[in-house]
Design a protein around this ligand. Structure first.
Ligand SMILES: [Zn+2]
Length: 235
């Protein structure tokens, strides 16, 4: 029985969605914002040191703000879930009959006959009333349940992994063509990430590549322009 459950869990993309979304978002952001920052500074500066320092500072600041942002947003989701569960407990203790009918209606809407729905609701209520309502009425389950610390770590770590790539580029490529190397490498890393995300998530690879190339070019292009204009003014 356990083997069937594990196999079912492994086969569906939805079960990979939470950490995948945070990881891909984080890595994508890490590559794009760090590379754009590096491109902007290298368009304005003829020295390697300021580019490396700015890229490193951007990497650290970005990773921390990404983790903090994810933690805060997922924590508020946890708060909402907790408040809903408390309200559910109250409703179950104050009006168990109405709650039983509500659960039965949910199963009816899912296609069971009135009799079967009531029978299922009665048996599940007898077995674990709160569990049944949390899962089937509130829609909170193991997969969707918010895990703030996990999400914060995942996106902070992913941002760092993504951001380290452009930083490595600023350390080793020739200074005069730095912007072009940064753009080329960043686009390559972004496309690679897009392919991994599309394959794991079961979505279209060509669409993912197109989307990333377009928005990556816009973001890095505009930052280079700002850096170049700034550089000219610095003279
Ligand atoms: Zn309920």
């Amino acid at each position: 029985m356990e083997a069937v459950k594990d196999n079912y869990l492994a086969n569906h993309f939805i079960h990979r969605s939470n950490w995948l979304r945070a990881a891909v978002l984080g890595a994508n952001d890490g590559i794009l914002s760090t590379a754009s920052l590096a491109i902007g500074v290298s368009a304005a500066s003829d020295l390697r040191e300021p580019i490396i320092v700015a890229t490193l500072a951007g990497l650290v600041a970005g990773a921390l703000s990404m983790a903090a942002g994810e933690f805060v947003s997922v924590s508020s989701q946890t708060d909402v879930e907790k408040a809903d569960i408390e309200r559910e407990k109250l409703e179950l203790s104050e009006m168990p009959e109405i709650e039983l009918l509500r659960l039965s209606e949910i199963y009816e809407q899912r296609g069971l006959t009135k009799e079967t729905a009531l029978k299922v609701a009665t048996e599940l209520t007898a077995h674990d009333a709160l569990g049944a309502h949390i899962r089937d009425e509130l829609g909170i389950n193991d997969v969707s349940q918010a895990k703030p610390l996990q999400a914060a770590w995942a996106s902070g770590a992913a941002f760092s992994v993504g951001g380290i790539l452009p930083l490595l580029v600023t350390l080793f490529v020739p200074l005069p063509q730095m912007e072009y190397y940064l753009y080329g490498f960043a686009l390559f890393f972004l496309i690679l990430l897009g392919i991994v995300a599309a394959k794991t998530g079961g979505s279209s690879i060509s669409k993912a590549i197109l989307r990333i190339t377009l928005w990556g070019t816009v973001a890095m292009g505009l930052t280079a322009l700002v850096g170049y204009l700034f550089g000219v003014n610095l003279g």
